[in-house]
Write a protein of this length. Structure first.
Length: 298
């Protein structure tokens, strides 16, 4: 029995072949095993991204934060000193009005854009491959032209002689231009989320007696929650800093956050106040990402 329990002596080297081979390679390469080489290569691949992240993400945010807590001299020069007066200044009446007006346009743009994008995205999941490619091309084709050209063309479209009523330089015209330009940014994440839903779930819900409305509210919307949140963020956050559309389509009559930033950095030369607004927007963006489901942030 003792002989049966003991392993043959000729098999003992085979059990440690991989260790033996690794030690031989380590001797030949100066004491470094292949695992260490692989780990070193992975670390080297991370270095460019790390440098890019530090210089183009962390660096600008650090500069903005230090500027936001600096002091503005009477001549518009930024004096480095820890003075966070810019943040409570934003709560004053004139600045609060700009913030509330910007929030109203951003929320309105998000609601109307998502409402229009959802049926389009759902249609893309229900058609054949050839039709789907054509529809996706129509969604993406505006990006083949300049953003400024699209805005100027839209301004000509909403003039009074075309629609029978004057929408140019009006709040409704600004909102229509925002929805028109941000619609693809909502369609694509919604389509990506709806494409993953198994259509047999809808048939199963109907077989169980659910009405089309209950299928929509109890099956489709919960499964598309991640896409809805992503589309809302993709529209809402950039809308907060939109500058060109309110200036051109609104004729400068609607002073939103983008116009406020342009004024603070180039006209009033109040860089600490403008930097404080951007820092708050960055913090809001990071906090908003936390509302996304785990599968969307992975």
């Amino acid at each position: 029995m003792g002989r049966a329990l003991s392993a043959p002596s000729d098999t003992l080297p085979a059990l440690g072949d991989h260790r033996f081979a690794e030690s031989e390679v380590a001797v030949q390469t100066g004491g470094k095993s292949p695992r260490n080489h692989a780990r070193l290569r992975r670390q080297l691949f991370v270095v460019p991204f790390f440098l890019w992240f530090v210089f183009f993400i962390i660096g600008p945010i650090y500069v903005l934060f230090t500027t936001s807590v600096s002091h503005r001299s009477p001549y518009g020069v930024v004096e480095r000193a820890f003075d966070a007066i810019a943040y409570p200044t934003l709560a004053e009446g004139v600045y609060l009005k700009v913030l509330l007006t910007t929030l109203a346009f951003a929320v309105g743009n998000t609601v109307f854009t998502v409402l229009l994008a959802f049926p389009v995205a759902f249609l893309l999941t229900r058609v054949g491959l050839k039709t789907k490619m054509w529809l996706l091309t129509l969604v993406l084709i505006p990006f083949a032209t300049s953003f400024l050209v699209r805005i100027l063309a839209f301004m000509d479209l909403i003039r009074g002689e075309h629609l029978g009523m004057e929408l140019l330089y009006q709040p409704a015209g600004v909102l229509m231009a925002l929805v028109y330009n941000y619609l693809p940014f909502a369609i694509l994440p919604l389509y990506s989320a709806l494409e993953k839903i198994d259509p047999r779930l809808f048939d199963a819900a109907k077989d169980l007696g659910a009405s089309p409305f209950r299928v929509f509210t109890r099956v489709l919307l919960p499964l598309a929650r991640g896409g809805l949140l992503s589309a809302s963020l993709f529209v809402f956050v950039p809308s907060l800093g939109e500058y060109l559309i309110p200036e051109l389509v609104g004729g400068g009559r609607h002073f939103l956050l983008g116009s406020f930033l342009q004024n603070q950095f180039f006209s009033a030369r109040n860089w600490p106040l403008g930097s404080a607004v951007i820092v708050l927007l960055v913090l809001f963006t990071f906090m908003s990402v936390r509302f996304l489901p785990e599968e969307e942030t992975a």
